[in-house]
Write a protein that binds this ligand. Structure first.
Ligand code: S3P
Length: 445
């Protein structure tokens, strides 16, 4: 499938967005481990979350999905109530694989976790090593990727608690280890070098798990989580309404900022500070984004955003700010291409391990549109403010690259055609529909 983004039309109007991808993954899986029935509203129904639900079915978990309401019958943390799966297919979803590995470890059952060729090439040593240190029997491929083979644990044997410094700030690794820690015989302590997203901590606390953390309030360089396993107590079921996905909102925010005459409102979007680095980056570029109606939705901050077209200036992204906008770098690069002056992204080597190599593939596709971009080993430099041309580009099997390039087309000189655009359905199947509802000219063809 191809999508054509035709420039020239301003965006206007108000939208609400599908549920957050990270929270949807966690809600489905954690609900399966709870002692009772959970009710989850505004669940993201997309490629990557369907893969998680199918894996839960393989394990023998009962769930039902009506529209975007997901109900899950939790089995508690008892592996003996589950089907011993032959193979769990994680599709193209790193989150599904890394989170499931932690849950399988805590349940003590055996499983093989596999996925697409793209997923097989993503790094798994980052979970294999610490899981082994906890006593999990786990093997990766010779390239340290999927398939992952996890061995069963004898009944009644617990995992060892972990005291561990994560070498990279990664919410997937942190979540995998916190899930495994639920099955350990003592307190686990994890320290991270940066503020990776904290939805797991918030959700486990809502499920009454004994979890404490220091998230940079007292020491901006110190991110630590402590979890004590619940012994005999079950996790409480969830009753939640998932906020709109900030990472999906990011495409609309940048589209409105760079398309002359635009003014849009995005309602009920998740504003967890570990996710909203892009807002800080755009504000430092001169964007005036209004936030109103701030509220709390079961431990997650939510609000409405109002964005209007505004000329932007270049900026620099690294450190904690980069961690807080790790999924938004492709669309940030589009904003930077339209901004006057130089933008620099550094300390971003992790981007090479996402759904695509989000440094080299992004630079390559932006160059096709006439953007002046220099690739660095850990980031890139964009000289913005030149005309962005039209062209035919490829998302390299990466949903976020695909959407960022459609956004680039809305404010380009000529039409941008994104080939193989069906990959967008992995996280935001309504993307085109939402842009069209805001007045954007985006065709399928
Ligand atoms: C995610 C964490 C991030 C992010 C991914 C979703 C999560 O990955 O890029 O889209 O839901 O925990 P890392 O943990 O690898 O940084």
């Amino acid at each position: 499938m191809k999508i054509a983004a035709v420039p020239g039309r301003p965006l206007s109007g108000a939208v609400s967005l599908p549920g957050d991808k990270s929270i949807s993954h966690r809600a489905a899986l954690f609900a399966a481990l709870a002692g009772g029935e959970s009710q989850i509203d505004n669940f993201l129904v997309a490629g990557v979350t369907k893969v998680m639900l199918e894996a839960l079915s393989e394990l023998g978990i009962n769930w039902s999905l009506r529209g975007t309401r997901l109900e899950v019958k939790g089995i508690g943390m008892q592996g003996n109530k589950l089907v011993d799966p032959v193979m769990l297919n994680c599709g193209n979803s790193g989150t599904t694989m890394r989170l499931l590995a932690g849950a399988i470890a805590t349940l003590g059952i055996s499983a093989v976790l596999d996925g697409s060729p793209g997923l097989r090439s993503r790094p798994m040593k980052r979970i294999v090593d610490p899981l082994r240190a906890m006593g999990v029997s786990i093997e990766a491929s010779p390239q340290n990727g999927a398939p992952l083979r996890i061995g069963a644990r004898s009944p009644g044997r617990k995992l060892k608690p972990l005291d561990y410094d994560l070498p990279i700030a990664s919410a997937q690794v942190k979540t995998c280890l916190l899930l495994a820690a639920l099955g350990a015989n003592g307190q686990t302590v994890l320290r991270e070098p940066g503020p990776s997203r904290d939805h797991t901590e918030r959700m486990l606390q809502a499920m009454k798990v004994d979890l404490t953390r220091s998230s940079g309030e007292t020491d901006p360089e110190h991110f630590e989580v402590r979890l004590s396993p619940p012994e005999s107590r079950e996790l409480e079921p969830l009753l939640i309404d998932i906020p709109g996905d900030f990472s999906s909102a990011a495409f609309l925010i940048v589209a409105a900022l760079i398309t002359p005459g635009s003014r849009i409102r995005i309602q009920g979007v998740g504003l967890n500070p570990t996710r909203t680095g892009l807002l800080d980056a755009l504000q430092s570029m001169g964007a005036g984004i209004m936030i109103s109606n701030r509220r709390d939705s079961q431990g997650e901050p939510v609000g409405d955003l109002e964005i209007k077209y505004q000329p932007l200036l270049g900026t620099q992204i690294s450190g904690s700010l980069l961690v807080r906008m790790i999924d938004e770098i492709p669309v940030f690069a589009v904003a930077a291409a339209h901004a006057r002056g130089r933008s620099i992204v550094s300390q971003a080597g992790e981007l090479r391990h996402k759904e695509s190599d989000r440094i080299s593939d992004l630079c390559q596709e932006l160059r096709r549109l006439g953007v002046k971009v220099e690739e660095k080993s850990d980031g890139f430099i964009i000289e913005g403010g030149r005309h962005v041309h039209g062209g035919i580009i490829d998302p390299h099997g990466d949903h976020r690259l695909g959407m960022a390039l459609v956004v680039a087309g809305l404010a380009a000189q000529e039409t941008v055609i994104v080939q193989n655009s069906e990959i967008i359905d992995e996280s935001f199947p309504e993307f085109r529909e939402v842009l069209v509802s805001l007045g954007g000219e985006v065709h399928i063809g």
